[in-house]
Structures are given as structure tokens and as C-alpha cells.
Design a binder for this molecule. Structure first.
Ligand code: NAD
Ligand code: ZN
Ligand code: ZN
Length: 346
């Protein structure tokens, strides 16, 4: 089986150099090692993280050449030696948390996303912008039968990440929560927030995204280019118990911090390569908590998929063929995507 796999070729979108166009090319189908499964990718969402990866934006660089993608979902076509939890034909997805060590203090205490020895799909190992992707059987997460591949794909990062961010924000039902940045992450964040019983304020700088936010149930929308969101939020609701910043600009983080009320929490999720200066006096006197939050565990992912399975969260997707990735990245850089673009491999 291994030999056949090695000789087979597949189409993939590959980053060869930072800040250059991805190349669509034929590369070998990955061959399986112990405990791994081979997934025929049906759909893979385009996360802003993939654009950061292709640009080499962050202090820790991805491998090169790289096949990006950490929202890859599809059908298991082969299983490697030692695999017992997954069988051929299973519907699974391969998230950012590609694998972790399973033995460190973080893995042992349900905090596997903090494992120092983790691998990340579409960053330190090849991901889902390809016809096939392999992954350790123990870290793929199963998808219920009735969920459409393209629709569920963004849950594997945008969904689980924002669901987890809301969990660590520790607001309670009835509290006001602000989501800064109604993009791929933000448009599902606000739905999780509604489903968790919060009152939700959606902040963005583009009117079409705020329209989407309204249609998805936001209680209040604020255009950060037209008004000062901090003033608006303080005036209308007296500040929020939690603000989640999933925008890619420093300004949004400063405003998100400013809109938190006494005793509230700012959850930092978006990843502009920048700094967030925080006033010490206000943070102390107002008892404000600032938390970083990175994706979610396999359990968080199962829970976030369940919200989608029950119809409580719906992704607003636009399906595009893999070949269109460079156009999609350009539109993403210019804020011209409403919801999430999902690539299909057919
Ligand atoms: P996206 O491009 O789809 O969305 C970004 C949104 O922010 C857009 O709607 C844009 O209009 C909005 N925005 C820009 N400036 C703004 C401002 N000043 N105020 C309010 N909104 C503003 O990106 P995405 O895929 O949702 O990813 C967002 C960020 O989250 C990226 O930096 C990505 O790398 C990061 N991310 C982090 C994690 C994590 O685990 N922490 C996981 C996934 C993605
Ligand atoms: Zn992502
Ligand atoms: Zn570990």
C-alpha cells in the first residue's frame, strides 16, 4: 500500500517563497507512517493565518516549501499500521493542532494547544490545500454524517477558535460581549456568542460585514470607521463583560480593550505582528483581565462541531476551486471576503 501511495501524484497549492504567488503543482501523495491516516480532501477553508504563513509574517516561520491549510476536511482513504480509532470511509477534518506530545504538563491537563512539541497543519507540516493530506489518527476529528464538507470546514479553525475564546472569556448568559472583526472568525464568533446566551455587539470597518452580522443575530453593530466603538459601547451598554478581538489591526485591539467594563476580559485572538500597549493604571483599577487564546483542543472542536450539527452556527461560505487561491488571498488582504472562502479540490 505504501509503495502505491509514494508513486501517486496529487494537485496542491504550494508556497515556495514568502510573499510570492502560490504555485498549483503536482506533488507526491504523502506516504503513511505508523498511526497515520490519509484523507482525500473535499474542502479546506482559507484562514487569515494561511495568508500570514504565506507572507512569513510571524516571529516563528513555517516550513518551506509549504502546503497551507488547517481547515481540511474529507474522507479517510487509507489507514497506516497501528490505527484503530479511525477506519477507511470515515469523515474527518485536520485542524491546526496536527499533533501534540501527549505527555507534557499541558497535554496531561487538557491544555494540549499549549504543548511545546505540537505540530501545526499548514504551518510546520503540510496541510489541506491539496487533494490529499495525511495526519495522525489520534488528532483528526470526526464529522457527523449529515454535515456538508464545505460548510463544516471553517468550524475546524474559525469555529473552534472563537468558541474556545468565548469559553475562556468566562462571561455569563445575559452579559454583553463585543466581537471585533466580523471576518472568517468573527462571523461564527458572534453566532457562538448568541448560542451561549450573550448579547452581542459586532464591530467591523466594512458595512457589508456588519450587514452579515445583523442577519446572523448581532444585537448591535458598530462601524469603527464612522464612530468610536469605545464611546459607542460605553454609551449604549456601559461597556462589555468580554471583548474578543479577531481583527488583524492593532487599532481594533486597543478599542476592544477600551470597551471592556470593570471586571471584564479582553480575549486576544487575531494575530497582527504588532504590540498591544496596555495602560497599567486602568488595568489595575478596573480589574481587567487580558487573555491570549489559541485555537482549541480536540474536545473543544467536538463541542464546536456539535453547535453546527444542531444548526446553531452556520458558516457563510463562498466555494472556490483550489486554483483560485492567489485571487482569494488578494481579496482577503483587501478585506473583500464576507465570511469564509472554502477551497474545493475537484
Ligand atoms: P479575516 O480577514 O477573515 O477577518 C478579519 C476581519 O477584521 C475583517 O472582517 C476586517 O474587515 C476586520 N477588521 C479590520 N480592521 C478592523 C478594525 N479596525 N476594527 C474592526 N474590524 C476590523 O481574518 P480571519 O480568518 O477571521 O482571521 C483573523 C485573525 O485571527 C488573523 O490574524 C488570524 O491569523 C488569527 N487567527 C488566530 C487564531 C488563534 O487561535 N488565536 C486562529 C485562527 C486565526
Ligand atoms: Zn485558522
Ligand atoms: Zn505535550
Amino acid at each position: 500500500m505504501g509503495e502505491i501511495t509514494e508513486r501517486r501524484m496529487m494537485k496542491a497549492a504550494v508556497v515556495d517563497k514568502f510573499k510570492q504567488q502560490l504555485e498549483i503543482k503536482e506533488v507526491p501523495v504523502p506516504s503513511l507512517e505508523y498511526g497515520e491516516v490519509l484523507v482525500k480532501i473535499k474542502a479546506c477553508g482559507v484562514c487569515h493565518t494561511d495568508l500570514h504563513a504565506a507572507h512569513g509574517d510571524w516571529p516563528v516561520k513555517p516550513k518551506l516549501p509549504l502546503i497551507p491549510g488547517h481547515e481540511g476536511v474529507g474522507i479517510v482513504k487509507e489507514i497506516g499500521e497501528g490505527v484503530t480509532s479511525i477506519k477507511v470511509g470515515d469523515r474527518v477534518g485536520i485542524p491546526w493542532l496536527y499533533s501534540a506530545c501527549g505527555e507534557c504538563e499541558y497535554c496531561l491537563t487538557g491544555r494540549e494547544t499549549l504543548c511545546p512539541d505540537q505540530l501545526n497543519a499548514g504551518y510546520s507540516v503540510d496541510g489541506g490545500y491539496a487533494e490529499y493530506c495525511k495526519a495522525p489518527a489520534n488528532y483528526v476529528v470526526k464529522i457527523p454524517e449529515h454535515l456538508d464538507f464545505a460548510e463544516v470546514s471553517p468550524i475546524f479553525c474559525a469555529g473552534v477558535t472563537t468558541y474556545k475564546a468565548l469559553k475562556v472569556a468566562e462571561a455569563k448568559a445575559g452579559d454583553w460581549v463585543a466581537i471585533y472583526g466580523i471576518g472568517g472568525l468573527g462571523h461564527v464568533a458572534l453566532q457562538y456568542a448568541k448560542a451561549m446566551g450573550y448579547n452581542v455587539i459586532a464591530v467591523d470597518i466594512m458595512e457589508d460585514k456588519l450587514e452579515l452580522a445583523k442577519s446572523l443575530g448581532a444585537d448591535l453593530t458598530v462601524n469603527g470607521l464612522e464612530v468610536d466603538p469605545v464611546q459607542e459601547i460605553k454609551e449604549k451598554v456601559g461597556g462589555v463583560q468580554a471583548a474578543i478581538s479577531v481583527a488583524v489591526t492593532k487599532k481594533a485591539f486597543e478599542q476592544a480593550y477600551g470597551s471592556v467594563k470593570r471586571g471584564g476580559t479582553l480575549v486576544v485572538v487575531g494575530l497582527p505582528n504588532d504590540e498591544l500597549p496596555i495602560p497599567i493604571f486602568d488595568t489595575v483599577l478596573n480589574g481587567v483581565t487580558v487573555k491570549g487564546s489559541i485555537v482549541g483542543t480536540r474536545k473543544d472542536l467536538q463541542e464546536s462541531i456539535e453547535f453546527a450539527a444542531q444548526g446553531k452556527v452556520r458558516t457563510n461560505i463562498e466555494v472556490q476551486p483550489l486554483d483560485k487561491i492567489n485571487d482569494v488571498f488578494e481579496r482577503m488582504a483587501n478585506g473583500k471576503i464576507n465570511g469564509r472562502v472554502v477551497l474545493t479540490m475537484a
